[in-house]
Design a protein around this ligand. Structure first.
Ligand SMILES: [Zn+2]
Length: 273
């Protein structure tokens, strides 16, 4: 599987080597990327010894926004689902991207494993998820942990149509989701995984699929990035360092640059009338 991913990524990189993507046609609408810093406010996300997921995700999202501004100017518009330490519900995060007509949605998170798990302090690596039905209990556990934040929202059962984040049967709804956007989402996931490994130096846990509510509620290609593991003290140090956050942000912006060359106007791919 890893082998296929490397072949795929190599083909994409080769594509860029052979294709000129430098100039923008005048008057072209900007490419809109929604960057979603996971958690916030009273939802701290996962915690390390000192660091909190919500702070790492916000720092990386802000760094991405400033790098995108420097690199792409007016040709890319960034929409942040939060730009401060505030709580935003999962559906609202998706709706911010939907209302903005985003071409791409990138949700940023930090991973962790349960408190009594063996290897908790040594587990490491980045994984980038697209929406889909999980193929392993480990992938389901990650989605369950991230989806559980809806329990902090009022009337969550009503808002999410009775979805229970802690019951595996609930996850069947994701099996047929995101059909139109799945291939584009997988392209972005493969590129992000490539740069998080090669540029940011994360161990490679591969592109995966699982049922994340925030991806399910978006109407554009979307990925959820788990940068590394907060429960591993060495990774916690990396994730909370300026250098580590800079590396992660740069990796994701490089992935965005390549993705944009492949899908310059993904939200305008519907047949013309
Ligand atoms: Zn998270």
């Amino acid at each position: 599987m890893t082998c296929y991913r490397h072949i795929f990524t190599t083909l994409i990189i080769a594509f860029f080597a052979l294709t000129s993507v430098a100039s923008e046609p005048a008057g072209c609408e900007p490419f809109v990327v929604a960057i979603d810093a996971g958690h916030g406010g009273h939802d701290h996300g996962t915690r390390g010894r000192r660091a909190r997921e919500k702070d790492v995700t916000l720092a990386v999202a802000r760094l991405m926004a400033s790098k995108i501004g420097e690199r792409f100017g007016d040709s890319v518009r960034v929409v942040l689902t939060r730009d401060s330490d505030v709580f935003v519900g999962l559906r609202e995060r998706a709706d911010i991207a939907n209302r903005a007509g985003a071409d791409l949605f990138i949700s940023i998170h930090v991973n962790s494993v349960a408190a009594r798990s063996r290897g908790r302090e040594t587990v490491q690596g980045a994984s980038v998820y697209t929406l889909g039905l999980h193929k392993s209990d480990a992938n389901l556990a990650v989605a369950m942990a991230e989806n559980a934040v809806i329990e902090l929202e009022e009337d969550y059962s009503e808002q999410y149509q009775g979805f229970d984040p802690n019951v595996s049967e609930s996850y069947i709804i994701f099996e047929l989701s995101q059909g139109d956007n799945l291939n584009s989402s997988i392209d972005m996931a493969a590129l992000a995984q490539h740069y998080l490994t090669d540029y940011a130096g994360r161990a490679d846990r591969g592109v995966r699929q699982a049922g994340f509510l925030v991806l399910w509620a978006t109407r554009m290609p979307s990925v959820l990035v788990e940068l590394d593991f907060m429960c591993n003290p060495r990774m916690e140090r990396f994730l909370s360092s300026t250098e580590g956050q800079e590396r992660c942000a740069e990796a994701l912006v490089r992935a965005l640059a390549d993705y944009r060359a492949l899908h310059p106007h993904s939200r305008r791919t519907a047949p013309a009338d």
